[in-house]
Design a protein around this ligand. Structure first.
Ligand SMILES: [Zn+2]
Length: 340
């Protein structure tokens, strides 16, 4: 049986190693087919940044080696690493608001249209691109629509789902080092317990009790995630010793919570995709929840293909509704009712 499209876009198989992604970009550059914009999905202090720096070094290296790798020693390479290259513009969220403002984008725009110092490429790098606020996002879209010649935009993000869809559709996406973005073990364990139980038809009290229990468990997990977000942002604010209004801190916590929650939601989706994959005869080595292969296989044995597909769609719909800030509790309860 042919695998449906879903099975080819597995969260696990999706992410590449930095070496692979770099080879891919190097090839595109050599063939003159580098895209105007790339969304680099990966840790900002890890593989995501590493890939960006390697690609930029390749663009600005003065002595590219015969292997096609940047030399790593010339002035160009050094300036890339030190963030001092005159033809690379780095943008980061402002410290206080944690947002990228429309003024920052306007500045980027005007500087990208100036002639490059080196007479070649110019690059704009947005670190934490999901922090573009709406007006900044729209302003950036205009830049992407009419990009200056020989220019490259890199959008680094750990949560690209928060980028405007219009920006996403104009950029190519590269995911690297996804394993770094794995759920913390305690959350993963709680989620697995919930998932194993939620599909178990033998829960005392029947289906409705089981649904109520799963809903309550997911809510409890998300409550923990919210507390972690508050703790993290509170500590950060303290470390930066910025004097923030309560409102700003609240906004930061809410943004962090959405980021962390999206990891939980992705994992929920992976569970349903795992079942679908096994149902389609996909290789067990491809499942995301490898430690639960037995449960997943049993589950796949009780579902029809349309049911398994409907479950995937139900979780995707839930994730979309939650990203639109619809009431969490209602959305979750409704979704568990729909799952077959
Ligand atoms: Zn070099």
């Amino acid at each position: 049986m042919r695998l449906p499209g879903y099975c080819r876009r597995f969260p696990k198989g999706d992410a590449m190693k930095v070496d692979e992604a770099f080879a891919c970009l190097g090839g595109a550059l050599q063939a003159g087919r580098l895209a105007q914009g790339y969304i680099v999905e990966g840790p900002l202090r890890g593989e995501g940044m590493e890939l960006a720096v390697r690609l930029l070094s390749l663009l600005f290296c003065e002595k590219v080696e015969t292997s096609g790798a940047p030399c790593g020693r010339c002035r160009g390479c050094r300036q890339v690493v030190e963030h001092t290259h005159p033809d690379i513009l780095w943008l980061e969220p402002q410290k206080k608001s944690r947002q990228i403002s429309v003024e920052q984008i306007r500045d980027l725009q005007s500087r990208m249209y100036q002639t490059s110092y080196g007479g070649g490429w110019k690059a704009g790098v947005i670190v934490g691109a999901d922090r573009l606020n709406l007006s900044a996002g729209n302003a950036f879209l205009k830049v992407l629509e009419e990009p200056p010649g020989e220019s490259l935009f890199l959008l680094l993000s750990e949560a690209p789902q928060f980028l405007l869809p219009t920006i996403r559709s104009r950029c190519q996406r590269l995911a690297v080092g996804r394993d770094e973005l794995r759920l913390p073990d305690t959350w993963r364990t709680q989620l697995v317990e919930l998932l194993v139980e939620s599909g178990d038809g033998r829960v005392e009290g029947g289906r409705i009790v089981a649904i109520e229990r799963s809903t309550a468990r997911l809510e409890a997990l998300l409550k923990e995630v919210k507390q972690a977000a508050a703790l993290h942002e509170g500590e950060l604010a303290e470390a930066e010793s910025t004097e923030e209004s309560d409102e700003t801190l609240e906004a930061r916590i809410a943004a962090r919570y959405r980021e962390l929650r999206s990891g939980v939601l992705r994992a929920l989706l992976s569970w349903q995709r795992d079942i679908l994959l096994l149902l389609c005869g996909g290789a067990p080595s491809l499942v995301y929840f490898a430690e639960q292969l037995e449960v997943l296989t049993a589950r796949a044995g009780t579902l029809s293909y349309p049911q398994a597909m409907a479950n995937v769609v139900a979780i995707e719909t839930m994730n979309r509704k939650l990203e639109q800030n619809l009431p969490e509790r209602l959305v979750i309860a409704d979704t568990f009712h729909r799952l077959g």
